[in-house]
Write a new protein. Structure first.
Length: 146
């Protein structure tokens, strides 16, 4: 995903005061852009490299979305200071789409993601084009005026 697309995605998500990025990996450009807009951002990933690469000001939690989605209290499991308005992911693989949606449902949050590009979503979605060929899929709730 190119930097312009990540900036446009951050634009779409910036209406939410608090957000949770699932599988941030080593490219926290959307999380960093949201922080630059004064938003509260928590990111989660199973990777040690992701922890080291987390943008400044972004709260990082080393966690597996499938485990957190099934936890008795996902807010407590992630030690979130406030409920996120949106749970989002960039380049979310098909096998993590259902647990990401489940986590958003448990947190009563909007759910949005982009795919790896060669995969179609495996959960029902509304398409929202971010830029060029990159598509932001909104799975639960609404973003902006969509």
């Amino acid at each position: 995903m190119n930097p312009t697309a990540r900036g446009r995605i951050a634009d779409r998500l910036s209406d939410f005061e608090a957000s949770l990025e699932v599988g941030i990996g080593e490219n926290g450009a959307v999380a960093a852009a949201l922080r630059a807009r004064g938003r509260d951002v928590t990111a989660m990933d199973v990777s040690d490299a992701a922890a080291e690469a987390a943008p400044e000001g972004v709260r990082f939690r080393r966690a597996d979305v499938t485990e957190i989605a099934a936890a008795a209290d996902p807010m407590a499991a992630l030690a979130l200071p406030r409920a996120p308005g949106v749970v989002y992911a960039c380049n979310l693989p098909a096998e993590l789409q259902r647990p990401t949606l489940r986590l958003a449902e448990r947190l009563d949050a909007v759910c949005a993601f982009t795919t790896l590009g060669f995969e179609e979503p495996v959960v029902p979605v509304r398409r929202r084009h971010a830029v060029g060929s990159d598509t932001l899929y909104v799975v639960r709730g609404r973003i902006g005026s969509d």
